[in-house]
Design a protein around this ligand. Structure first.
Ligand code: SAM
Length: 367
């Protein structure tokens, strides 16, 4: 954007390294002001349905990794997901986020496309998927079925650290997915974990610059939290002695990426119970993703320990967020909360379009 400051890595490293209560508060205030200037005081609500914990991957940090035999695996059926979707509108939630482990299969990918088109045909919701790395043609199919957005964190911008943490994938492959999604005109979210063991100050700066250079529509970031049933159970967060650094990273991300939607992620509440997501909303975030996962399955989708609201129904989470927003003097966002930088691609102009027609046409072609 014209006139927007172009941060260098050196400047950003200095920003990320600021110490002292007052200096950090000034950074938070700046981030909050940039958020207000670019997004206003409305907070978009995206109902999060963790619809399956089945995963083929073995990411070293993740509680639902394939190798964790303690996890009781599940997949919600389509009717259950549709029933959750139909209730979201009552609570001001205008997007459904469908997230799962990474379990690619041609049949499963085609079925997910059909589910997306049903949600688009039967509700007014925008649809975000977050189900991992896929070939470009699968993303194209889902887009044609009506998928509006896709979330796929790159986790860290350091290729060697990425390789140590992900036996099943390289950073280059993850970035290829993000570039494909952007190129297909899908509103695209990436992001990273903060305080990964082995993260340096320059990696932390590069994480933020990579979001800017990809020109992401959404950026999800949150603290890495060691899960005891993973190989990293004893690997502490590198900000353990100074957990405020997670908020410093969030605020810096907002300064460098003023137009991106940035959620107050659940991991902030896991680290700062009851206050983490509120603080995130005051330090740069403008999106909230209340859990709509059925209570009976919440404990089976624990990426990290301390996940909040394990025994709260979707209704309770929906009410809770309204209380949080009113305490912060913020309003519920109206409308779908699409990207501020939506880039239509020729032949695929309208977010929230999709539906059965485009989906069916492509199902026969590509899968
Ligand atoms: N399978 C999809 C993917 O890989 O993008 C979506 C689900 S994945 C479990 C969602 C996110 O959870 C990851 O991108 C990662 O950043 C986060 N996550 C997993 N384990 C975590 C941990 N121990 N601490 C913090 N975040 C974690």
């Amino acid at each position: 954007m014209a006139g927007q400051r172009r941060w260098t890595r050196k400047e950003l490293m200095a920003l990320l390294d600021i110490r002292g209560r007052q200096a950090r508060q000034e950074l938070y205030d700046r981030a909050d002001a940039v958020r207000r200037e670019h997004h206003g005081d409305a907070v978009h609500l995206r109902g999060l349905v963790e619809f399956s914990n089945i995963c083929a991957n073995d990411c070293l940090y993740c509680g639902i990794r394939a190798g964790n035999a303690k996890v009781d695996r599940y997949r919600l059926d389509d009717e259950a997901i549709l029933a959750l979707a139909r209730r979201m509108g009552q609570h001001g939630q205008t997007t459904i986020v469908l997230q799962s482990g990474e379990a690619p299969s041609p049949d499963g990918d085609a079925a997910l496309g059909r589910l997306v088109s049903r949600i688009k045909a039967e509700t007014r919701l925008a649809v975000t998927l977050s189900v991992g790395n896929r070939p470009r043609e699968v993303y194209a199919l889902w887009r044609d079925c009506g998928m509006d957005r896709y979330l796929l964190r790159f986790e860290t911008s350091d290729p060697e650290l990425f390789a140590r943490l992900h036996p099943d994938c390289t950073l280059a492959e993850r970035l290829r997915c993000l570039v494909d999604l952007l190129d297909l005109g899908v509103q695209t979210g990436g992001g990273f974990m903060t305080g990964l063991p082995g993260e340096t100050l320059s990696t932390a700066a590069d994480n933020i610059l990579l979001c800017r250079d990809l020109d992401l529509d959404m950026i999800g970031l949150g603290p890495y939290l060691p899960h005891p049933d993973t190989p990293m159970g004893l690997s502490q967060n590198s900000h353990d002695q100074d957990p405020e650094r997670h908020f410093v990273a969030l605020a810096a991300t907002r300064l460098v990426n003023p137009d991106a939607h940035i959620p107050a992620t659940t991991a902030f509440d896991a680290l700062f119970p009851g206050t983490g997501r509120n603080l995130a909303l005051s330090r740069g975030a403008n999106v909230f993703m209340p859990s709509a996962t059925p209570v009976s399955r919440r404990a089976d989708y624990q990426l990290y320990p301390g996940k909040p609201c394990l025994d709260e129904s979707g209704e309770a989470c929906a009410r809770c967020v309204l209380g949080r927003l009113s305490a912060l003097g913020r309003q519920v966002g109206q409308g779908p909360g699409h990207s501020r930088r939506f880039r239509p691609v020729a032949g695929h102009p309208a977010p929230s379009g999709g539906g059965l027609e485009g989906c069916a046409k492509n199902q026969t072609k590509s899968l």
